[in-house]
Write a protein that binds this ligand. Sequence first.
Ligand code: C2E
Ligand code: MG
Ligand code: MG
Length: 327
Amino acid sequence: LDTLDQPILLEGQEVIATGSIGIVIYPEHGDEINTLLRHADIAMYEAKHDNSGYALFDLNYVEQNQQHLSLLAELRHAIERNEFVLYYQPKVEFATGTIGHVEALVRWMHPERGMIPPDQFIPYAEHTGYIRTITRWVIEAALRQRKQWEKMQLPLTISVNISARDLMNADMPKLFAGLMGKYGASPHWLCLEITESAIMGDPKRALGILEELHNMGLYLSVDDFGTGYSSLAYLKKLPVSELKIDQSFVFHMADDKDDATIVRSTIDLGHNMGLVVVAEGIENQATWDMLNAMGCDLAQGYYISKPMPVDALLKWIAQAPWKVLKA
Ligand code: C2E
Ligand code: MG
Ligand code: MG
């Protein structure tokens, strides 16, 4: 792991590779090579899953793994069975108290297991490539919703999350153009949130696709900023308009001086680069007040509202203490 940790120089660019190691011991974890390899593979996914770098095989993983496999099989039917739902979480502008943006967050309504949050299936979908089908569904669902809001004169911009795998898909811009045409969408209907780590995985390729999307007029945002080892040189080149400070820095900033310093510096960095800065994970008034004083632009978090289904969002908007953008 230490060896892998060294940056690799590729065509003059530093590339960061990470590793995950699954460990098995013979003969405790199997007495033939195939069993050992299978168990090492399972341990490796465990290491990937908790980001620990390595994991020693444990029989409990087998059961978890079987659960994941059956979940994976069911995931393939989730769309045709209409089991995905978009929840919406509002973002409030500090300066005016106005809501002009919401983030769409996917939920899987599993008939037996109940609501499954995205963290529990998006990583698998990314691993198998099924994420492309999910992303397509999410974009289309958001556009359909936005079209309805257009008729209701509710001009909210919907942010959708795009995964690393989507960013490697050269057909992405075409997919957007096609769907936007189908719904008669204006580019400002959508904002695409791309995590910093997704961009840094293959910055050159990501940059090409982001530029195409940007040229189509789409608004782009860097999600989970501060967690993905961006070099500032790359950040400067990205055609993005918005930077979202990762919630891990926001959660405790009211009690943690270091976090507060990071947040303040990130807001200044974003503004110096001409970006709108969003803080996510605002859970209390103290955090809101600090961010407001620091000049942060947009607020998102449980303090304002949790993500909610569209009916609840409309009810919430009707009686929220915030102004809502009118067409
Ligand atoms: P994200 O895009 O960074 O979204 C923010 C997450 O933080 C959401 O979790 C949201 O519910 C949660 N959150 C917002 N405010 C607060 C707060 O004040 N306190 C706490 N504790 N949490 C807060 P969620 O909905 O579970 O989504 C998790 C992640 O899953 C998202 O992180 C995003 O990376 C991914 N995701 C969600 N929907 C999609 C999707 O449609 N496509 C893809 N590719 N990824 C998605
Ligand atoms: Mg997001
Ligand atoms: Mg985030």
